[in-house]
Design a protein. Structure first.
Lengths: 105, 122
């Protein structure tokens, strides 16, 4: 299986720019997707195909990358963005990253 | 509005069975592949199983092959997960999710239910 590696946690202040990374153990082309999960809620799709913004998601969120290295950027960060962010690939089987917990200071 | 509502979870003893249901509304159910994704307490997400639009093709993660069966009833707009020979490690919240597939982007989940808890314990 393709392993997706994410940093476990980040803390930023409102108004700042934050980048959340996801590294794949092998190339997944642009088959990378990002989800936001707030405490006690189901995941919500933010970005699909590495860089495509899901309908209804604020333009503060953006995605980039291809191959093995991907980034989710939030600019500017708001207090409501407190959540865990997961990456997911489907190029080789279907796997999720372990998640990055974002704290807004 | 797309809605996915899971039911059927609960506490079950190891080795026993449980059947989850997911009632879909707000979209043409028969036009979409569907999936189950689980999340153990305080853990990450794991894909469990997927099914094609007509139900003819099913896919499972290795750890549930031969124990879980995904199915759907397009006339009832409902997705199912039959869980047999349950183990303690199956304890998790199970989410029903709608599958979106594109040639360029691959497979992803654009709508999720609120989840249902399954606890396997004696």
């Amino acid at each position: 299986d393709t392993v997706l590696t994410q940093s476990p946690a980040l803390a930023v202040s409102p108004g700042e720019r934050v980048t959340i990374s996801c590294r794949a153990s092998e190339s997944v082309s642009t088959g990378m997707h990002w989800y936001q999960q707030k405490p006690g809620q189901q995941p919500k799709l933010l970005i699909y195909g590495a860089s495509n913004l899901e309908s209804g998601v604020p333009a503060r969120f953006s995605g980039s990358g291809s191959g093995t290295d991907f980034t989710l950027t939030i600019d500017p960060v708001e207090a409501d963005d407190t959540a865990t962010y997961f990456c997911q690939q489907s190029w080789n089987d279907l796997t999720f990253g372990s998640g990055t917990k974002l704290e807004i200071k | 509005e797309v809605q996915l509502v899971e039911s059927g979870g609960g506490l079950v003893q190891p080795g026993r069975s449980l059947k989850l249901s997911c009632a879909a509304s707000g979209f043409t159910f028969s036009n979409y592949g569907m999936a189950w994704v689980c999340q153990a307490p305080t853990k990450g997400l794991e894909w469990v199983a997927s099914i094609s639009t007509g139900g003819g093709n099913t896919y499972y993660r290795d750890s549930v092959k031969g124990r879980f069966t995904i199915s759907r009833d397009n006339a009832k707009n409902t997705l199912y997960l039959q869980m047999d020979s349950l183990r303690s490690e199956d304890t998790a919240t199970y989410y029903c999710a709608r599958v979106e597939t594109t040639r360029v982007s691959g497979i992803y989940f654009d709508y999720w239910g609120q989840g249902v808890m399954v606890t396997v314990s004696s």
